[in-house]
Ligand binder design. Structure first.
Ligand SMILES: *Cc1c(COP(=O)(O)O)cnc(C)c1O
Length: 651
């Protein structure tokens, strides 16, 4: 059994977290119920007070009519069926759930969303959402501050962010924006706009830095505003005709044969939303070049080589994606090295956007922010952990503010309901290029101008109609738990500490079961995802190891045929592929597991491993002195021995 003291007793319990969630046992049910009833009544009074002189349109006797009663009973029957069916849902709330990137929901967000739903605001524009559109724009500024972007709308170079259905769409928005900004100077040249400081050729125009591209856009807007109305319309139309958004990829690149369709560079660990994004934008998956990693973190040397090759071949690059918290291993790419590689590439005339896919790890940035918004030193952050943050991880978070755009998923480590992803760009002025209606002459120099502009949110986002309730949920949560280490940061702090405990326990587990299996954490976790590779002792075949891990996972996954209670724990799996790992890492991991690299069967050339997402805030239950991490490893040990048929031979 687990040690009597699963965690240091001197660690004080964080009471601030007690009211954050409904809780694994529904402990805060009365709090949520009170809030729901209170604000439902509030909503009803609002309806009644709109024009109290209007009499009730539904008769007070209506509820006695047979048709009414029949409808009600049908509705009840269906709702009960739904409610019964939903009992098969995945128990995300439980500390026994350590599978995918999901957990309990923060009460402020859940309550704000439920409160807002009956008002049904549509954040496509202020006409349909006079309140929640503003909240969404504020959410963008809250996230910008967390990331280290300029967040004062009174400043011209303020960041801008908006919500999306999820990280997938936010990544797509990053591609759209980068392409618009990259191609616009080429259009200005092609249109022959006079008096502007235009680059000398199409290649140079296609390789302006983000800063220079935005400066040129601004110069063009100023020039246009100074033209007489007839001239203005003429030039606006001429430039529009040359834009990539107007001509399409085919027309644009046919008109500029000296330019090639640009590449998107991303590490092999990149989420599959990048493949979707390239398909959606029409760039094609051929243009997604996946770069090798070192221990699942983008390899800066490989990036530098690729950029040198691209500069030499005059192959343009749209964007380099760095992942902040990989979906499989939670690893963190060296953003600082990516930015340095861009700096070097710039000198060779090849420039591109740097986007951070922080769909998973974005909220970890709260750990690195003081309450006043400044960056915490590594030593300061490290005082709370045994390993975290490595110098590389700290450097990556410190560099966030110098990137061009970021994806963050409030519905992952923000503990908010689906679907809330977020896209944030460092300088909002480029967003003018995404506007469906070219509103060039408009200047957003004042905070009022900034807000007024983005109240027509539908002009800029990939979606149209969208949930204002989701925006309210994110906004209220960020107000209740500001995005710094002293507030929101307490949550990721608990999860990173749990991951460190999990990692240490996994290493002990490997020793305890050394007579029975080889067990290995293949990559030291950068954040709060920890994987575990397993191979039965004496086995050298990858196929047999995979069958073993699959059998273990069969007891760790959702099975709609089985009652939920038959499951002790929930985990997930992922796979290690040699082409993703590279030869050195493949040899290291297979060697440590006692597996023969030659046993990789073509078509099955992957090694299945267990994957654990440690985001539940109650993995260590201080109230009852229970560590669900210890319980999980006890369970896993029993299953491993049972599968090996060595249940009786425990030392
Ligand atoms: C989850 C994830 C995505 C996709 O986000 P969705 O919200 O599922 O659309 C993209 N990138 C990374 C790194 C992710 O973890």
């Amino acid at each position: 059994m687990s040690a009597a003291q699963p965690f240091p007793t001197e660690e004080p319990r964080d009471h601030a977290l007690d009211a954050c969630f409904l809780g694994p046992y529904g402990e805060n049910d009365t709090l949520l119920e009170k809030l729901l009833v209170e604000f439902l009544r509030d909503h009803v009074y609002w309806r009644r007070n709109f024009h109290p002189e209007d009499p009730p349109a539904i008769a007070t006797t209506a509820a006695h009519h047979p048709d009414y009663l029949a409808f009600e009973s049908r509705m009840r029957r269906e709702l009960h069926q739904l409610s019964a069916a939903l009992k098969k849902s995945v128990p995300f709330h439980s500390p026994r759930y350590i599978g995918h990137m999901a957990s309990d929901l923060l009460l402020p967000g859940l309550a704000a969303q439920m409160l807002t739903l009956p008002y049904n605001p549509n954040n496509v524009s202020e006409d349909a959402a006079p309140v929640t559109v503003d909240l969404e724009v504020q959410v963008g500024l809250q996230l910008a501050r967390m990331l280290g972007y300029p967040h004062d709308p009174a400043q011209p170079a303020c960041a801008f962010g908006h919500l999306t259905s999820g990280g997938t769409l936010a990544n797509y928005q990053a591609l759209r924006l980068a392409l618009a900004l990259k191609a616009f100077p080429v259009a200005l040249r092609a249109a022959g706009v006079p008096e502007l400081p235009l680059p000398t050729d199409a290649w140079a125009a296609f390789n302006l830095s983000t800063v220079d591209g935005i400066a040129l856009l601004e110069a063009w807007q100023r020039w246009l505003a100074a033209q007489p109305p007839a001239q203005r319309a003429h030039w606006l139309q001429r430039v529009e005709q040359e834009r990539i958004e107007q001509r399409g990829l085919a027309g644009f690149f046919a008109a500029h044969p000296q330019l090639r369709v640009p590449l998107v560079l991303a590490p092999v660990t990149a989420h599959y939303s990048w493949s979707k994004g390239l398909k959606l934008l029409g760039l094609g998956r051929d243009q997604l070049e996946l770069l090798p990693t070192d221990g699942m973190r983008l390899d800066p040397a490989a990036l530098r080589d690729t950029l040198e090759r691209c500069a030499r071949e005059r192959q343009s690059v749209l964007m380099c994606v760095a992942v902040l918290g990989g979906t499989e291993y939670g690893t963190i790419d060296p953003l600082d090295a990516v930015l340095a590689a861009r700096q070097a590439s710039r000198r060779r005339g090849l420039d591109f956007a740097v986007h951070v896919d922080a769909a998973w790890g974005g909220y970890l940035a709260t750990l690195f922010r003081h309450e006043d918004g400044t960056l915490r030193t590594r030593d300061d952050v490290a005082a709370d952990y045994t390993q975290f943050p490595t110098p590389a991880v700290h450097a990556a978070f410190a560099a966030l503010g110098d990137t061009d755009s970021v994806t963050v998923d409030p519905h992952k480590l923000g503990y908010l309901p689906y679907g809330s992803g977020a896209f944030i760009c460092r300088d909002h002025r480029a967003m003018a290029l995404l506007a469906e209606r070219a509103d060039y002459v408009f200047h957003a120099a004042t905070p009022a101008g900034y807000l007024a502009r983005y109240r027509s949110l539908g002009q800029f986002i990939p979606e149209g109609s969208k949930s204002g309730a989701a925006a309210a949920a994110v906004y209220v949560t960020h107000k209740v738990l500001p995005l710094d280490h002293a507030h929101f940061g307490r949550l990721p702090r608990a999860t990173v500490r749990a991951a460190e405990g999990f990692h240490a326990r996994a290493q002990r587990f490997a020793l305890e079961l050394a007579d029975c299996v080889h067990a290995l954490v293949p990559f030291a976790p950068d954040s709060n995802l920890v994987c575990l590779a397993l191979n039965p002792h004496g086995n050298t075949s990858v196929a047999t190891a995979n069958a073993f891990v699959r059998a273990l996972h069969d007891e760790l996954r959702c099975d709609p045929q089985q009652p939920l209670q038959t499951r002790e724990f929930f985990g997930s799996v992922t796979s290690l592929r040699p082409e993703m790992l590279g030869p050195a890492q493949t040899a290291r991991i297979l060697g440590a597991l006692g597996l023969d690299p030659a046993s990789f069967v073509p078509g099955d050339d992957r090694l299945l491993i267990l994957r654990h997402t440690l985001m539940n805030p109650y993995l260590i239950d201080r109230e009852n002195g229970i560590s669900y991490i210890d319980r999980y490893f006890d369970f896993l040990g029993r299953r491993v021995r049972a599968l090996r048929g060595t249940a009786g031979s425990r030392p």
